[in-house]
Write a protein that binds this ligand. Structure first.
Ligand code: HEC
Length: 110
């Protein structure tokens, strides 16, 4: 009886051995983001702030404010990319989360 009890305890303990999962990496890859940006390059300059179809994006994150009056941040820039507007297409469904993360990382290097 005692031996069975100990055995049961041993089996129960084995269930509590959990293998910790590595946290998912969320930081974008700017190099890959540059490729994603090719579809934005039709309307945006990356190497100057000169206007093409849309405003040049050089120094985007250093601007005091965006055309919509908001301060450039991950949140506000991501919102513009997703929603578009005023002649810019919305990219909500056109990009995967990974592509968007990479694109954001690239925009920060401009
Ligand atoms: C068909 C042309 C077109 C394409 C393609 C396009 N945009 Fe735009 N974008 C615009 C226009 C026009 C504006 C200005 C909108 C406004 O004044 O409100 C703009 C505004 C922006 C802004 C805000 C800039 C500021 O200073 O306020 C960002 C950031 C931006 N676009 C990023 C992107 C990214 C990233 C992509 C690619 C995923 C992209 N755009 C694709 C036309 C485009």
């Amino acid at each position: 009886m005692i031996a069975r009890g100990i055995f049961a305890l041993f089996v129960a303990a084995a269930f509590f051995v959990v293998v910790p999962k590595a946290p998912a990496q969320k930081a974008g890859n700017a190099e890959k983001g540059k490729e994603v940006f090719e579809q934005c390059g039709v309307c945006h300059n990356a190497d100057s702030d000169e206007k093409k179809m849309g405003p040049g994006l050089k120094g985007l994150y250093k601007k005091a404010k965006l055309a919509n009056g908001k301060k450039p941040s991950d949140e506000t820039v991501r919102a513009i990319i997703n929603a578009g507007g005023n002649g810019m297409p919305g990219y909500q469904d056109l990009l995967t989360d990974e592509e968007r993360d990479n694109l954001m990382a690239y925009l920060k290097t401009l």
